[in-house]
Design a protein around this ligand. Sequence first.
Ligand SMILES: C[S@@+](CC[C@H](N)C(=O)[O-])C[C@H]1O[C@@H](n2cnc3c(N)ncnc32)[C@H](O)[C@@H]1O
Length: 208
Amino acid sequence: MKNDILIPGILEYIRSTVRAKNEDMHDYAKKHDVPSVEPETGELLRLLASVLKPASVLEIGSGIGTSTTYIKQGFPSAKITGIDHNPNRIAVAKTLCIELENVEFISESAVAYLNRTAETYDMVFIDSVKRIYPLMWQTVKSRVNKGGLVIFDDVLLFGMLAMETAEVSKKYRQGRDELLNFIEEIKNDMPASSTLLPVGSGVLLVNF
Ligand SMILES: C[S@@+](CC[C@H](N)C(=O)[O-])C[C@H]1O[C@@H](n2cnc3c(N)ncnc32)[C@H](O)[C@@H]1O
């Protein structure tokens, strides 16, 4: 689906400024029609990791490892755990990211993984199905270290959050309403520590 949250032309300009291109990852995603973070979202992750210097990172919905690669480029010493319930994607990530050190990819549902572990993290990137974002928030918020950051991707649902209900195609309405409630919930939970950026299809940052 095309990105509808920016005026025409500006996305191409922003993409022309992205530093860590990671073309092999984006080309693979395009060729095999698998999802991966947009280059400008990847660049934001790279920059956030380089500022935050997270010792431990959890990725929920690591896919083929594009977001993992950007985060690692931002802070090469980070220990990254990437979770994805699709074993094929994990297999591809292990191949494409073979040179990244201290990265573990695990094929498991995010809920199952979080329930069976107790680790805490300095940075959590969540890019799974949007339906489980409220559950992910409830589960992850007690697992973030002080000063840490939680990042949710695609929260503006291609601009649909700002549309009237009648303008949104029926198949997206429930998802849109769930995301609106979820963003409200975060605002109430962390009033002064969250912000929504119009990067990619919308990135929500929550600082602890
Ligand atoms: C948008 S893609 C992730 C792209 C990835 N961040 C990247 O940049 O390469 C979403 C991924 O989330 C995974 N996923 C969705 N729901 C999940 C869940 N409940 N637990 C674990 N993985 C999940 C899907 O299998 C899919 O690969």
